[in-house]
Design a protein around this ligand. Structure first.
Ligand SMILES: [Zn+2]
Length: 98
């Protein structure tokens, strides 16, 4: 999470599309220690100040938003069934949700 320097293209991960005009506002919340083990299934490139992770914990999934400023500010979407979390993830990648 410290890579803010320019990287050769091959080292970059996915970059979300720019925010669309009619984007949906995600109800970001403070992260809660709800699960002992959270698995990151997908993530966007951390060269950007804001990175997203699609996480799974038990039977539920959520998207984590990580904002790197002077420190790191992490918030989470609501916890959803996998299929709904995948939809949210796609919208974030397409710039349709933020
Ligand atoms: Zn990148």
């Amino acid at each position: 999470m410290t890579a803010l320097l320019p990287l050769p293209a091959a080292y970059h991960g996915m970059h979300p599309a720019p925010t669309q005009a009619d984007y949906e506002r995600v109800n970001w919340r403070e992260p809660l220690p709800r699960a002992a083990r959270v698995r990151v299934r997908r993530h966007t490139c951390d060269c950007r100040p804001i990175a997203y992770e699609l996480c799974q914990a038990g039977g539920l999934c959520f998207v984590r938003r990580i904002y790197q400023t002077d420190g790191i500010v992490t918030v989470e979407s609501e916890w959803l069934r996998a299929v709904l979390a995948e939809q949210l993830w796609s919208k974030i990648l397409l710039g349709q949700a933020r």
